[in-house]
Design a protein around this ligand. Structure first.
Ligand code: CP
Ligand code: NVA
Length: 308
């Protein structure tokens, strides 16, 4: 049994095998109805709990569909409707759920909640986003980059905007998959240096470049995310918008990236804020492949966790 808590905590060979399996899973299902089950039914007889303490569209639906396609059963649970939201400890929740289900995915606020759940569960736990990281998203992003452009090793990825949880998992992935990463945003929203230092210690070039044009120059992949994440206070919204406006990904900015650069956004997006519709719907954009690939990547992650 293996937890999937973060990309830097997972062996690079295991990460690579998950990406390759996700590619194979996607190819094998091409053209089949979404509700059709996979031929090998690797989750036959398995029960999976999906716990959400924050909203979700992609994570919720892709995990649910993925479990069903693999022949398993799924329970989607809202944290606020569980005793967890009314004083029961995470540790006790972990112990109890482990008696009913074979795998737990949780989307929560503090990273400590995820770690406590994993410490006390006797079944695998998957990180479906915390305030700090979003590893499943970046596994889908690696899959998406590679299906369009081949190996991501040695490529230049530029992140424009808030140095948030999604950026953090890109930094973890930079170290594990061997790509370079440039962050461009205001100093007040810089990522934690720990994330960047870890990638540097594994040989990746990781830079902060304040000028967004200089940052995207020669980029193979340009990425952004919402300016205000689910865990951010809404009272800071206007200030954040003012600080982040220079880092909007628009057609003019994309002109400075490589001609065949890809554009990604984990979604949900606030169109005309962090990125314009001209970019999101334009020739560089692979945002909906990225959303689809959550399904294929997570099926490979769940199989790895369960060893099936
Ligand atoms: N990208 C992502 O995790 O989307 P949801 O919040 O809709 O799950
Ligand atoms: N940074 C965003 C990602 C949403 C998928 C958030 O945490 O709200």
């Amino acid at each position: 049994m293996s937890h999937f808590l973060d990309i830097h905590k997972t062996d690079p060979d295991a990460l690579r095998s998950m990406i390759e399996q996700a590619k194979a899973i996607k190819t094998a299902r091409a053209g089949r109805p979404k509700g059709a089950k996979d031929d090998d039914l690797p989750l036959d007889g398995r029960m999976v709990a999906l716990i959400f303490e924050k909203p979700s569209t992609r994570t919720r639906v892709s995990f649910d569909v993925g479990v069903r396609q693999m022949g398993g059963e799924v329970l989607v649970l809202s944290g606020s409707e569980m005793q967890l939201g009314h004083g029961e400890t995470i540790a006790d929740t972990a112990r109890v759920l482990s008696r009913y289900v074979d795998l737990i995915m949780i989307r929560t606020f503090e990273e400590d909640a995820l770690l406590e759940l994993a410490d006390h569960a006797t079944v695998p736990v998957i990180n479906g986003l915390t305030n700090r990281t979003h590893p499943c998203q970046i596994m889908a992003d690696i899959l998406t980059y590679e299906e369009h452009r081949g190996s991501i090793a040695g490529k230049k990825v530029t992140w424009c905007g808030d140095g948030n949880n999604v950026f953090a998992s890109f930094a973890h992935a930079a170290g594990q998959f061997g790509f370079d990463l440039t962050y461009s945003g205001p100093p007040t929203l810089d990522p934690e240096t720990e994330f960047m230092d870890l990638a540097r210690s594994k040989g990746s070039k990781v830079e902060i470049v304040r000028d967004p044009i200089a940052a995207v120059t020669d980029a193979d992949l340009v990425v952004t995310d919402t300016w205000v994440s689910m865990h951010d206070s809404q009272t800071t919204k206007e200030r954040r918008h003012n600080q982040l406006r220079p880092y909007q990904v628009n057609e003019e900015l994309m002109r400075h990236a490589k001609p065949d650069a890809l554009f990604m956004h984990c979604l949900p997006a606030h169109r005309e804020e962090e990125a314009t519709s001209a970019v999101m719907d334009g020739p560089h954009s692979v945002i909906f492949d990225e959303a689809e690939n959550r399904l294929h990547a997570q099926k490979a992650i769940m199989r790895w966790c369960l060893g099936v």
